[in-house]
Design a protein around this ligand. Structure first.
Ligand SMILES: NC(=O)C1=CN([C@@H]2O[C@H](COP(=O)(O)OP(=O)(O)OC[C@H]3O[C@@H](n4cnc5c(N)ncnc54)[C@H](OP(=O)(O)O)[C@@H]3O)[C@@H](O)[C@H]2O)C=CC1
Ligand SMILES: O=C(O)[C@@H]1CCC=N1
Length: 269
């Protein structure tokens, strides 16, 4: 059998990955999804032309299984899935927190598991997807998993011990930028700009700053210094941010996200 990929649990991330694989040129006939609700299955079948199968059939039909359910649903999914996953399958978990070993324990001995933390910019082919091998996964398995994510953004491999930190940084990261844009738009309104104008200014500024960060190769401090004129406007804003503990808030926030990822390891609550 050629490589057929099953997306098990097709919510926000599962659907984003599915659409990314199709955009990358993978034929719909190579993809199958499994969902919990019939109407969701119908929606995906119509939108993407993929087969929607019960879990056991999807597991048997595919060589690579992408697990994209919430960490809290992983236990129930694995209970149902385990009897149908042959030792020659590659299992790719997209879930936050769940260690590869916890998945390996629930499946037949020797099943290769790769843990991946991606992010929602999968939708615009600008994801950051970070991969780690479980104990049975070989370099070839990692290559195969990476091939799924490479067309939808950048990929990186890290030791699994770093995955909770990765989740805090790039997994949750898009939300922090959206939050910042929202807060800066509010600030624009405070300063008297219409909301739509403030929104457009901030979005384009974010795109420009992100492009400079990516393409210039310069350290962010250097880029910031180029904006800050002596006794100018920018340093006044930076002083206010330091006074309000923005840097400390970010350190605490990412530590909280890392800790939550660790808590999710048990798949509880
Ligand atoms: N959203 C994000 O930015 C990111 C999410 N992740 C990870 O991706 C995973 C999915 O997150 P996200 O897409 O946001 O969550 P969603 O809730 O949007 O998607 C999860 C989907 O799984 C379905 N599901 C649950 N149990 C089963 C089952 N037994 N069989 C089939 N389908 C099932 C749910 O169905 P139903 O619709 O019926 O609830 C739902 O559609 C999580 O583990 C999360 O940690 C990783 C990186 C980023
Ligand atoms: O918030 C979450 O738990 C998931 C994992 C990373 C991004 N979203």
């Amino acid at each position: 059998m050629g490589e057929r990929i099953a997306v098990l649990g097709a919510g926000k991330m599962g659907e984003a990955l599915l659409s990314g694989m199709l955009r990358a040129g993978r034929p719909a006939t190579d993809l199958v999804v499994s969902v919990r609700r019939a109407e969701r299955g119908e929606e995906l079948r119509e939108r993407y032309g993929v087969d929607v199968l019960p879990l056991a059939d999807a597991a048997r039909a595919a060589t690579t299984l992408i697990l994209a359910v919430k960490p809290q649903d992983m236990g129930a999914l694995l209970d149902e899935l385990a009897p149908h996953v042959g030792a020659d399958r590659l299992v790719v978990s997209a879930a936050a927190g769940i260690p590869a070993a916890a998945i390996e324990r629930r499946l037949a001995p020797g099943v290769a598991v790769v843990r991946v933390m991606s992010n929602t910019p999968v939708l615009v082919d600008e994801a950051m997807s970070v991969l780690s091998a479980g104990t049975s996964a070989t370099a070839e398995h990692l290559d195969r998993a990476e091939e799924l994510f490479a067309p939808v953004g950048r990929t990186l491999r890290v030791p699994e011990a770093q995955q909770d930190a990765v989740t805090a940084l790039s997994g949750s990261g898009p939300a922090y930028f959206f939050y910042l844009v929202e807060a800066m738009t509010d600030a624009g309104i405070l300063l008297g700009l219409p909301r739509a104008v403030a929104h457009d200014l901030i979005v384009q500024t974010a795109v420009g700053a992100a492009t400079m960060l990516r393409d210039s190769g310069e350290h962010p401090v250097k880029l910031r210094e180029a904006v800050m004129s002596p006794a100018g406007t920018t340093i006044s804003a930076i002083r206010a941010m330091e006074d309000h503990g923005v840097r400390a808030a970010l350190l605490a926030a990412l530590e909280a996200a890392r800790d939550r990822s660790r808590e999710l390891a048990s798949g509880q609550g």
